[in-house]
Design a protein around this ligand. Structure first.
Ligand code: FAD
Length: 392
């Protein structure tokens, strides 16, 4: 456990999440790795049920909707523990879109959000396109109003969890009318005619969730499926980016802690040239650098979470979420690389935790905005507000 000061309630949540990860999830990592990310069906259901019973599911959603209403700091503590397990086994602790309750209609709430909070429905996000990645504004998907409906068209890439979701948040630009060109977000049930799975490419990690290429061809949805108003689409995406960037930072801290613990234990017991390899300065210094960088990333992540709870200026939050995600994801990648090196040949075997994390944390420098894009956001805010506002 960390020595960072926190309330008893916070520590209890942290310990509950840690026990769940240690006792229920980590033991199935190798099985998942060896079977394309899959584990026995009964087990997945068990994890889902336990996540709900332990009060970890929908931790970010308000209590009145059936969520856990945790503080951002508490959520960061849980996410950090979830980051300690590979193969997306921790995804059973699901966080539905926390921006939604404030903007959806009562009908949307009942049909999509409440069942998602209960763990009965599952969402996925279709924003990225073949020609629009970092530059989200370059999307060419369209939503054309026709009477009481919208007709949606577009091709989406990297749609995470399309195989396990039953509805999609689809982002498009309004085609025609007074808001032509404005971004808009829609609820689209996966079984709506015109929603077509193009293919599910293989990715570097071994996860049960796919990252699908999905085509939307003249998909007709009622106007009641529009989230908020025409023109609001990017606001929701930014809110989600901020949240996810903070939670990625937390998960990267968890990954780094596990890697450092495993690599240190190995370095203490592995003997070469008559001495445990931790006695060699080259190995010891890799571990020392790793734990030092973990501490920095963790303090940054915790302080950011507390700043969000304190409700600091949203522009500063935006910059600090980028700073935390940038630093923690780059840190976790350095730590994973060192851990592979410390394990030597064993570190290159898929049954080894360092090998799996080494592949898995790579995407944390890419998704929810690449490291380059995080730097651009930070530099932009630095120029506007100064160093004291961002790091004071
Ligand atoms: C596993 C995985 C899951 C994903 N899940 C989803 C999902 O569920 N839904 C979804 O909509 N998207 C998803 N994404 C997409 C993800 O958000 C994008 O991949 C990411 O934003 C980068 O976009 P891109 O891949 O098109 O790269 P590009 O934008 O083409 O970037 C290519 C390179 O150019 C650099 N670059 C681009 N612009 C600049 C600039 N201005 N300055 C400096 N460098 C720049 C980038 O940093 C990168 O190094 C997922 C991606 C992955 C890999």
């Amino acid at each position: 456990m960390t020595t960072y000061p926190m309330l008893d309630e916070d520590r209890q949540i942290q310990e509950r999440a840690r026990r769940f990860v240690d006792e229920e999830l980590i033991p199935h990592e190798v099985e998942a790795e060896m079977s394309g990310g899959r584990i026995a069906e009964g087990l997945r259901e068990r994890h889902h049920r336990l996540a709900i019973e332990l009060g970890l599911y929908a931790m970010n959603m308000p209590k009145e909707l059936g969520g856990r209403g945790m503080t951002t700091f508490q959520q960061a503590l849980v996410s950090e523990q979830i980051g300690r397990v590979t193969n997306a086994l921790g995804w059973c602790v699901h966080t539905p879109p926390a921006w939604a309750p404030k903007v959806v209609t009562p009908e949307q709430m009942e049909r999509w959000i409440e069942p998602t909070v209960r763990g009965q429905r599952h969402e996925c996000y279709a924003i990225t396109e073949p020609e629009a990645g970092s530059d989200v504004d370059a999307i060419v998907s369209t939503a054309r109003r026709e009477g009481d409906d919208y007709v949606l068209n577009g091709l989406k890439w990297h749609v995470t969890s399309f195989n396990t979701a039953d509805y999609v948040f689809f982002q498009a630009k309004i085609d025609g009318g007074p808001n032509a060109g404005a971004h808009a977000m829609f609820f689209v049930d996966k079984d709506t005619p015109g929603v077509r799975l193009v293919r599910e490419p293989a990715y570097t990690h071994t996860y049960p969730d796919s990252h699908a290429i999905v085509s939307f061809e003249d998909v007709r949805v009622p106007a009641a499926n529009l989230v908020g108003r025409e023109g609001d689409g990017m606001d929701f995406t930014y809110a989600w980016f901020r949240y996810e960037r903070l939670m990625i930072a937390a998960r990267c801290c968890g990954a780094a802690e596990r890697l450092i613990e495993e690599a240190t234990a190995f370095a203490k017991e592995r003997v070469q040239f008559g001495a445990p390899i931790i006695a060699f300065q080259a190995i010891a210094h890799m571990l020392a650098d790793s734990v030092t960088e973990l501490w920095a990333a963790r303090l940054m992540t915790y302080e950011l979470a507390k700043n969000v709870d304190r409700g600091i200026d949203v522009k500063i939050q935006h910059a600090q979420c980028s700073m935390a995600k940038l630093y923690a994801s780059e840190m976790a990648n350095r730590v994973a690389d060192r851990a592979v090196q410390i394990f030597g040949g064993r570190g290159y075997m898929r049954e080894n935790v360092a090998e799996r994390f080494w592949r898995e944390v790579r995407v944390d420098r890419i998704w929810e905005g690449t490291s380059e894009i995080q730097r651009t956001i930070v530099a932009d805010q630095l120029a506007k507000r100064g160093a004291r506002a961002l790091a004071g």
